[in-house]
Design a protein around this ligand. Sequence first.
Ligand code: XMP
Length: 516
Amino acid sequence: MTVSHPSGVSILDFGSQYTQLIARKIREAGVYCEVFPGNAPLDTIMSIRPSALVLSGGPGSVYDEASPRPVPGVLDSHLPILGICYGMQLLALHDGGTVEGGSGREYGPAVLDPVPGSALLLGVGSGLTAWMSHGDHVTALPPGYSVSATTSSIPIAAMENHSRRRYCVQFHPEVAHTVSGAQILSNFLFSLCGILPDWNMAAYRHEAVEMIRAEAGPEGRVILGLSGGVDSSVVAALLHEALPGRFTPIFVDTGLLRKGERESVEETFRGHFGMDLVCVDASSRFIGALDGVTDPERKRKIIGRVFIEVFEEAAGRVGGVTHLAQGTLYPDVIESVSFKGPSATIKSHHNVGGLPERMKLGLIEPLRELFKDEVRNLGRELGLPENILGRHPFPGPGLAVRIPGPITREDLDLLREVDAVFIDHLVREGLYDSIWQAFAVLLPVRTVGVMGDRRTYERVVALRAVTSMDGMTADWFRMEPERMAAISSEIVNKVRGVGRVVYDISSKPPATIEWE
Ligand code: XMP
């Protein structure tokens, strides 16, 4: 599904770790953009009718045969171009300048001195930090270019050919460490390219609804696996608006969910939105299938298989279904088209992959063009409550991967109570939103304690709270000792059967966020 965009930017990805960040920053400035592989055909790059091109950085050297290059014609385009790092070097070579390998790589902060009169760096003060990450750099300007900025280590840290609207920076304006990076991007987009900041979620909502209607056709019936997480909730709200009466969200209660989860999904989607929600209580099937299973990957496989069975049966009962909706996001799409190829970061966590092919349904993915923060904004537009939009991620296999070893209904109930006390505390004390993900893990360990005059022999729970940008890496949340003490005693006092609470201080890597 592609929505038409009035003015956009095509970003060519040459393999930089920051390419997604460039896209996010441009979108945050209110401008639509898409990422294409650096060697994408010209008509693909032009398919969004861009008003400007951005050439990303990349790990290679322009002198290395194997380094990615744009197809002929791209660097001769009459569109304005911003070249970043490797992108600057590509443009410099193409336009007749000289690029040389440095004595070593320069990585980290550098002090930037803009040259007065630079159009690109207008309003950027001198002596500010710019983030560098490069080996080669430009040593002689191409004809028609002037220096826009210098640093103590490189005399051409930025350059521009204002009459041809070509602007280049050796540093990375997209990273937060570059002071005034957002100003530089805004100068390019608005003052130099004359683009209007017309990308917003109100407009997207309207167009996405039209696209869904076109894709489903006049007779289409759409189902969605609704988990209550941000992505599937936003998809549900969009579909409900687009196809009233022809959309059925299916919520599968696996018995592995958090306390009150099913009730809250029913209240929001059936109660508040009035959707024709199908709720399937399949907890006995899941718990039965997991009986005695200890290996985490086997747990995941079993849960994935049972989910598909239950979901297919529920879809069969809906009848006449033609399409399946999914909450695929733009980062997943970029991952699969990027230069690095389907990257190693794709998780084995996509537990229900293959569902649409199996069920021979058309696929509707209305969030394919959006980043997570845009999905949240779209959710706000659609009137979804903040407790859904700001909710921590929750794994598909649920509490099954938070009880190392075999799971039982009793243990699931115990863990649900502990988790609820922990999370309620964080919400009440205003900490929930500073944390990427927080949860409790029920350990298969008993431990001795004393309560009053009695010796106890009860369970241990571990609490995990992490900060993260995307779940790929994470650090443990630095919680005040007094806060930990309060949460620990609240849990032991409120939940019978727990005698000891520990706090997980492992980062990812080497540990993962989940315990299994
Ligand atoms: P890890 O534990 O790999 O988790 O550091 C990274 C993120 O992925 C979530 N996660 C899963 N999500 N199915 C999912 O849908 C899974 O099997 C799964 N395992 C982990 C985890 O909660 C964290 O947000």
